[in-house]
Ligand binder design. Structure first.
Ligand code: 6R9
Length: 667
C-alpha cells in the first residue's frame, strides 16, 4: 500500500453503529470478550465443548511445552466429517439444505444434509476401497462443484489428509504439490466451466504424472465438462462408475484431535510454496466459533454465501468446515462473476435469498468499476450482513459495498486472517462493534494480537508496526509439511525467544516470549483498532491471492532465453497489486525476437509454470537490474518505476546509472 493510501486510511472518520434490530437479535454478546479475557484457555475449552461433538472428551486444553509446536485438546477424539454431517442429521436437520449449487452453465443441484451425508459416506467407502487410510495424502484438483466438498469430507472422514490444489494452477504446480506431500490419489474432473468455456483439468493431471515417477496410484475423475480426455487403464477411474457400486452406510471412526486434516500450499518469501499443515479439533473449533459469531449465523433462517474457491483457505474454512460444522445453508457457484452477464452474482443472491455474503475487495472494486446500475437491477434486500477478506479494503470500496450491495444498512465485517492462522483472527462482531471503514478492528475473543516495533516492543498508539500473534490459538498451523526448520525460521524466529530444541521433545528451559510473526504491517489507533497495511515481505497480494516474487522470478529464469529476472508487486487499481517483471535476456538470445515477442513469450511461460493468476501484467526487457554492492536486487527502486513514481534513493547501488537507463527506456 502506498504512503498516500495509508494517510487517507487514517483520516477516515466515518462510524457505523450496529443497527438496533441487528444488535437485538445478534448471536454474540459482550460476555464473550469478558469470558475470554478472564481465562483464554478455559474459554477455548468451553467453546470446543459447546460447538463440537467429541467422541472421547478431552481433559487437556493446550499443550505449549514444546513451542512453536502446539497441541490443542490432545487427549480428545472426534471425527471432523461426523461433526459436519451426521450429527445434524441425527439432530433432526436432515432435510435442511446444505448447498444450493449453481454451475456456470446454468446446471443446478441442491443437497440436503441427509443427501450430502449419504454422498460423503459413499465417497469414503470408495476412497477406502482405493486403499486410502488414516494419514494418507489425497490431492484434490476440482472445479467448484459439489464433489469438491464431498471429496474433502470423505478424506476427512477416513482420517486422511487432503491437499486441495486450486484448479487454476498449472500441471507443474500440481506436480510439485503432489510430490511434496507424496499423495497416493488425485481426485479431479474432466474439466470445469469458466468464462463460458470448459477448461481441462484431467489433461493437467496427466501432464503432472507424465514422468511416471509419481507416488500417485489412482486418478479419480468426476465428469463435469464432458470434454475429451486421455485414459490410462488401471490408473484412471470415473467417479460416477465407482460411486454407484458403493454402500451408503459408513461408520465414522474417531481420530485424535491433533490428527492432520489438510495441507494447503501457500506462497512464502522463497521460491518453493509451503505446505501449511492444519489438524482437526482446534481447527474445527475456531472455524465454527468464528463462522457463528463473526457472521452472526442463525442456521435455521440464514443463507450464507462465501464466494471463495475451495482451492484457497477461505474456501476450506468458510465454505466447507465452519459453515457445515454449524449446520448452515449455503450457496456455491462454479464460475466467474461476469458470466454469462455482469450481474451473475447479484442474480444468485436474489434467486436464493442470500442473507450473508462474504467476498474479497478485489471483486468489490471490479464491480465498482462497472457501476451500480448492474446490481441495482436485482433485488438484494435479503442481505443483512456483508464480509470482506483477502486484502485491505479501502474505505471507498467499503462504503460502496455497504450502500450499493448492502442497501445502505448492512454491517460489514472486515476479517483479517491467513492460510496459516486457519480461521479469522481480527474482525468486528457485527452486533457489538461500531464499524470503521478500512479497519479490521479488534482481535476476536480468545485471540491475542500485538503491533510491535522492529525492536520487539509494543508500539504506542496511534502508530504503525508489525503484526504478531502473542499467544497460541486453536486453529494455528501446526507446521510446514516436511520442514520444521522452515516453520520455526519463517514465523517464530523474528520475535520469539525460542528454546534451543529441535522439532522433537520438549525443551529443558522455560520458554520466554513466543510470538508468531504474520508478515503484515499494521497501524493501531488510540481506540485500539487495527488497520492492516499490507505485507512487509516479498509476498504480493494480487486480487487477494498470495504470490511470491521469488517464485515468479524462478519461473522466469527457468526459461532458456532469460539471464536474470526481478519481480515486484506494483499498486494496481483493480487487483490491489499487479505482477511486474524486469528481465535481462541472455546476450546470445537477444536477436532471436523483439522485446515485445520476448515479453509475450515470458508471460505465457509463467502461466505454464505457475498458473494464470501469476501472469505478469507487464514484462520489461532491460539491460541491467539495480543491485547493491553485495548483489541484492533493489526491488524498491523497480517498484518506483513500475508505479510511475520518482525514483527513490539510489546511493547504495553498485552502479548508480542503472536506474536512469531503465527508466529512460520505459518512458
Ligand atoms: C484468508 C487469506 C493472507 C494475507 C495476509 C494479509 C492479507 C487477508 C485481510 C488481509 C488486510 C484483511 N489479508 N485478509 N489484509 N485485511 N481483511 O486471505 O489468506 O491467502 O493466506 O492471505 O492476506 O496480507 O497476510 P491468505
Amino acid at each position: 500500500m502506498s504512503r498516500n493510501s495509508i494517510d487517507s486510511l487514517l483520516l477516515e472518520t466515518r462510524r457505523f453503529a450496529p443497527p438496533p434490530e441487528f444488535a437485538a437479535n445478534a448471536i454474540a454478546d459482550a460476555d464473550l470478550y469478558e469470558r475470554a479475557a478472564q481465562d483464554r484457555v478455559q474459554f477455548w475449552a468451553d467453546t470446543a465443548r459447546e460447538l463440537l461433538h467429541w467422541h472421547d472428551p478431552f481433559t487437556q486444553t493446550l499443550d505449549w511445552s514444546n513451542p512453536p509446536f502446539a497441541k490443542w485438546f490432545a487427549d480428545g477424539t472426534l471425527n471432523v466429517a461426523y461433526n459436519c454431517l451426521d450429527r445434524h442429521v441425527l439432530a433432526g436437520h436432515g432435510d435442511r439444505v446444505a448447498f444450493h449449487w449453481e454451475g456456470e452453465n446454468g446446471d443446478t443441484r441442491t443437497l440436503t444434509y441427509a443427501e450430502l451425508t449419504a454422498e460423503v459416506k459413499k465417497a469414503a467407502n470408495l476412497l477406502a476401497a482405493l486403499g486410502i487410510h488414516q494419514g494418507d495424502r489425497v490431492a484434490i484438483y476440482l472445479p467448484m462443484i459439489p464433489e469438491a466438498v464431498i471429496s474433502m469430507l470423505a478424506v476427512a472422514r477416513l482420517g486422511a489428509v487432503h491437499s486441495v490444489v486450486f484448479g487454476g494452477f498449472s500441471s507443474e504446480s500440481l506436480r510439485s504439490r503432489i510430490d511434496d506431500a507424496q499423495a497416493k490419489l488425485v481426485i479431479t474432473a474432466d474439466g470445469g466451466w469458466r468464462k463460458g468455456k470448459v477448461f481441462p483439468l484431467k489433461d493437467a493431471v496427466d501432464g503432472a504424472l507424465a514422468n511416471g515417477t509419481s507416488t500417485i496410484e489412482h486418478v479419480l475423475v468426476v465428469k463435469r465438462g464432458n470434454n475429451d480426455v486421455e485414459w490410462t487403464e488401471g490408473r484412471d477411474l470415473w467417479w460416477h462408475d465407482e460411486i454407484v457400486t458403493m454402500d451408503a452406510e459408513h461408520t465414522a471412526h474417531a481420530f485424535e484431535a491433533e490428527n492432520p486434516l489438510f495441507i494447503l500450499y501457500t506462497s512464502g518469501t522463497t521460491g518453493k510454496p509451503k505446505g501449511i499443515l492444519h489438524t482437526s479439533g482446534g481447527y474445527l473449533t475456531q472455524v465454527a466459533f468464528t463462522h457463528k459469531n463473526v457472521f452472526d449465523l442463525h442456521p435455521e433462517t440464514d443463507i450464507f454465501w462465501c464466494t471463495a474457491d475451495v482451492g484457497w483457505v477461505t474456501g476450506h474454512s468458510y465454505v466447507v468446515y465452519g459453515p457445515l460444522a454449524n449446520g448452515a445453508t449455503q450457496v456455491i457457484y462454479e464460475g466467474t462473476p461476469d458470466t454469462p452477464h455482469a450481474g451473475r452474482w447479484w442474480e444468485l443472491i436474489e434467486k436464493y435469498g442470500v442473507t450473508i455474503f462474504y467476498t474479497a475487495p478485489t471483486a468489490i472494486r471490479s464491480f465498482m468499476k462497472i457501476g451500480r446500475q448492474v446490481p441495482n437491477q436485482f433485488d438484494l434486500s435479503s442481505l443483512r450482513l456483508l464480509g470482506s477478506v483477502g486484502e485491505p479494503i479501502n474505505p471507498e470500496a467499503w462504503i460502496w459495498y455497504r450502500d450499493v450491495i448492502g442497501g445502505g444498512h448492512t454491517p460489514i465485517v472486515d476479517t483479517w486472517w491467513q492460510t496459516e492462522t486457519g480461521a479469522i483472527m481480527i474482525s468486528a462482531l457485527p452486533g457489538l462493534t461500531t464499524l470503521k471503514p478500512g479497519s479490521a478492528q479488534v482481535p476476536i475473543p480468545g485471540i491475542k494480537i500485538d503491533i510491535l516495533g522492529d525492536d520487539g516492543t509494543r508500539v504506542d498508539p496511534p502508530r504503525g508496526g508489525l503484526l504478531v500473534v502473542s499467544e497460541p490459538w486453536p486453529s494455528m498451523l501446526r507446521g510446514i509439511w516436511g520442514d520444521p526448520d522452515r516453520f520455526r525460521e519463517t514465523y517464530w524466529s523474528k520475535f520469539s525467544d525460542l528454546p534451543e530444541s529441535s522439532s522433537s521433545g520438549a525443551s529443558a528451559t522455560a520458554p520466554g516470549q513466543i510470538r508468531y510473526f504474520a508478515g503484515d504491517g499494521a497501524h493501531v489507533d488510540t481506540d485500539g483498532d487495527i488497520w492492516l497495511l499490507g505485507r512487509v515481505d516479498d509476498v504480493m497480494n494480487v486480487s487477494g491471492h498470495r504470490l511470491s516474487t521469488t517464485e515468479i522470478e524462478s519461473a522466469l529464469v527457468s526459461h532458456p532465453i532469460v539471464a536474470e529476472a526481478a519481480v515486484v508487486g506494483a499498486a494496481d487499481e483493480a487487483s490491489g497489486q499487479a505482477v511486474v517483471a524486469f528481465v535481462i535476456i541472455k546476450s546470445n538470445q537477444q536477436h532471436a525476437q523483439t522485446a515485445d515477442e520476448a515479453s509475450a513469450l515470458l508471460r505465457d511461460h509463467v502461466v505454464g509454470q505457475i498458473g494464470a493468476i501469476a501472469r505478469p501484467k507487464r514484462v520489461f526487457i532491460v539491460a541491467e537490474l539495480p543491485k547493491t554492492r553485495s548483489g541484492k536486487i533493489m526491488r524498491r527502486l523497480l517498484q518506483d518505476v513500475a508505479e510511475g513514481r520518482e525514483i527513490g534513493d539510489t546511493t547504495t547501488l553498485a552502479d548508480s546509472t542503472v536506474m536512469q537507463i531503465i527508466s529512460d527506456k520505459l518512458r
